[in-house]
Design a protein around this ligand. Structure first.
Ligand code: ZN
Length: 259
């Protein structure tokens, strides 16, 4: 009875990577497998199985309830659990109901951003904490905390439409990796500080260092005739507030990802 589904069997199958897929009720396993073997990618696998709930294609979000992470953002207390079935080191706040598809998008975007940035040393990568918009407070969709080495991200960016809407004023606004790459550049800057100065204990000291350094880089760009006003609206707003590190981060996003 190989390669064939019985009528009332749950029509689920696993590929070599252990991913579970659901086969449409009216399709034989052999036909489905043939399509997959003919080079359909993951998105196309979804299309093949479109008569079932798309969410079922993704592995459920599994939490390790013994691996708890507690933190404060402003006056909000966040309790987050480690996600077992994510490739990256991700926690999710207990105030968030994360859908499997959202986790998949976030996890994949992190992996792709690390690749884009050619990050090969994973030793001190930040812990990612998925939180709710009400918990992030700063009005942004993502925020890197250099002292804690935590990357907080709003659950909303697991949805492509919302992500593109939220990052419309950022550099490379149409690229789904823009926000992630931006945050990981902040992380990379923190790593170069740590190499030269040791652990980041005082955020003011770190910010002084990174802003001073970023301002010099921006001045170099201006001297070369580069129009810094065209990087992004966000970069311009932050520059006006003296947050040169934000503009230089945006410049690097644009350089890496394009328009
Ligand atoms: Zn930033």
């Amino acid at each position: 009875m190989e390669d064939e589904f019985t009528k009332d069997e749950q029509r689920a199958t696993r590929d070599e990577d252990g991913n579970t897929y659901y086969v449409p009720a009216d399709m034989t396993y052999k036909n489905w497998k043939k399509n997959i073997d003919n080079g359909f990618n993951f998105e196309q696998k979804i299309k093949i199985s479109k008569n079932i709930n798309e969410e079922q294609l993704f592995r459920p979000v599994n939490l390790d309830k013994n691996n708890v992470f507690e933190s404060n953002r402003g006056d909000v207390n966040i309790l987050a659990y480690k996600i077992i079935n994510a490739k990256n080191n991700i926690y999710v706040s207990n105030g968030v109901r994360l859908k499997p598809k959202e986790l998949h998008k976030i996890d994949l975007s992190i992996t792709q951003s690390l690749e884009k940035l050619k990050i090969v040393n994973f030793d001190n990568l930040p812990t990612v904490v998925i939180i709710d918009s009400s918990e992030i407070q700063t009005g942004t969709m993502a925020s890197y905390n250099a002292i804690k080495n935590k990357l907080y991200i709003d659950k909303a960016i697991g949805n492509k439409v919302k992500l593109l809407e939220l990052q419309r004023d950022a550099a490379s606004p149409k690229n789904v990796l823009s926000t992630y790459v931006h945050e990981y550049i902040h992380w990379m800057d923190a790593q170069s500080y740590i190499i030269g100065h040791g652990e980041i204990i005082d955020s003011k000291e770190y910010l002084y260092w990174i802003r001073h350094k970023s301002r010099k880089k921006i001045d170099e760009l201006i001297n070369k005739g580069y129009n810094i006003n065209k990087i992004s609206n966000y970069a311009n707003n932050e520059y006006a507030k003296g947050k040169y590190d934000e503009m230089y981060t945006e410049y690097r996003v644009k350089k890496l990802l394009g328009e």
